[in-house]
Write a protein that binds this ligand. Structure first.
Ligand code: ZN
Length: 387
């Protein structure tokens, strides 16, 4: 990179700006990588008739290092670091070509995640703007220990936070409960004491980083709320009997302003009509209804959750949470930008980053239109155009 992107004029289409109640017919102008009020001299004109331009999508929870297949763990274990980095770069490229312009990676070997983010920023490889957590902090043998993030006790977890800051991570991820994907961990139990979680949060905040906690089971969620962390991943209220939401805990999450990243991926659609779907729908609607800071995330990279399928996951989320297309799209644009502290994006307005997704049709009427990608603009650069 280093060269300024050519100014653009996206002409002849509709625009949904990330916050409005409807799309409007209007042109979009860019200059110096940001959205501009009027066309710049020598602007390159893109004819977007029949299309709608929306803010580039934001994915708040991915694992670029997983292959989205049932054999994910064998592949992960067999990869050399060089192979894994190339796998991550491939996934990052597919994501940006699907219109996902900002991605938070919440679990990968720390050095690889930081290296990929920096390489994308330097223009060495194509990909979205990345925010990375590196290896999640987990107790010895805890959920995702194989990523290299084991730490125990108050002193141990403080060191782990400092190591991530030193390595250049953007967020701290902590595994507050066990996970379904790591044999030998307990999804229903807390993995860290409230004191350990408090130490992580205090150390991270001192270093101006935010903490998000993986928590499926109620006990892990309660410990994360008590700490309190900045955000909770999954927040599915799992118990051995299924999902059992706790309204008092949900109110506490809302009252403390803790973000919630519910990780609903396209593969979740296969549970339609089953108790698992109904319980997850109930939890998601309750979180939104209580005023919790819910954003869009998918946990992409795990089985049945291809990295590039955020648009498909949004269609599932719309159905699951009984939302309108616009309410659903806000979760992956303006709302997620707010909750991830990224005030420069998530809406199309003068001065904001020119991260744009151009799709055929109008996703404010039919959210499936998000799957028909015509062009993607990243910080003013056209990084993808369909044939
Ligand atoms: Zn995850």
């Amino acid at each position: 990179m280093g060269t300024e992107p050519t100014p653009l004029e996206l002409r002849g289409g509709r625009v949904w700006d990330g916050v409005a109640d409807a799309a409007a017919e209007q042109s979009v102008f860019t200059a110096d990588g940001t959205v501009a009020e009027r066309p710049a001299e020598g602007a390159h004109i893109l004819d977007v008739s029949g299309c709608t331009t929306v803010p580039g999508l934001i994915e708040a929870h991915t694992h670029l290092c997983f292959n989205a297949g049932e054999d994910w763990r064998e592949v992960y274990d067999a990869d050399t670091p060089a192979q894994m980095l190339l796998r991550m770069a491939g996934a990052a490229r597919r994501m940006v070509e699907a219109g996902i312009t900002t991605v938070r990676d919440l679990g990968a070997p720390t050095d690889l995640a930081v290296e990929l983010r920096n390489s994308i920023n330097q223009g060495l490889v194509a990909g979205p703007n990345l925010l990375v957590a590196g290896a999640p902090i987990t107790p010895t043998g805890g959920h995702c220990w194989f990523m290299g993030g084991e730490a125990d006790g108050i002193d141990g977890v403080k060191v782990a936070v400092r190591e991530r800051k030193k390595a250049g991570a953007d967020w701290i991820k902590v595994m507050a409960s066990g996970g379904n994907m790591t044999p030998g961990t307990n999804v229903f139990a807390a993995q860290f004491s409230v004191e350990e979680l408090r130490a992580i949060v205090a150390e991270a905040h001192r270093l101006e980083m935010k903490v998000t906690a993986h928590a499926h089971g109620v006990e892990g969620i309660k410990a994360a709320v008590e700490a309190p962390v900045d955000m909770i991943e999954h927040c599915s209220f799992q118990t051995p009997e299924g999902s059992l939401k706790d309204d008092a805990v949900i109110l506490d999450i809302a009252r403390r302003g803790i973000g919630v990243s519910p990780t609903i991926h396209r593969g979740f659609g296969r549970y339609r009509g089953q108790p698992r779907w109904d319980m997850r729908a109930d939890v998601t609607k309750s979180l939104i209804g209580a005023g919790c800071k819910v954003l869009m995330s998918t946990d992409s990279g795990i089985p049945n959750a291809p990295h590039e399928d955020l648009a498909q996951a949004l269609a599932v989320t719309q159905e699951l949470a009984d939302l309108s297309p616009i309410e659903t799209m806000k979760l992956a644009t303006s709302t997620s930008a707010d909750h991830l502290d990224l005030p420069d994006r998530g809406v199309i307005a003068p001065g904001k980053r020119a991260d744009l997704l151009v799709v055929e049709g109008d996703p404010t009427e039919d959210i499936e239109a998000l799957q028909r990608v015509r062009a993607v603009v990243l910080a003013g650069d056209v990084v993808y155009q369909s044939a």
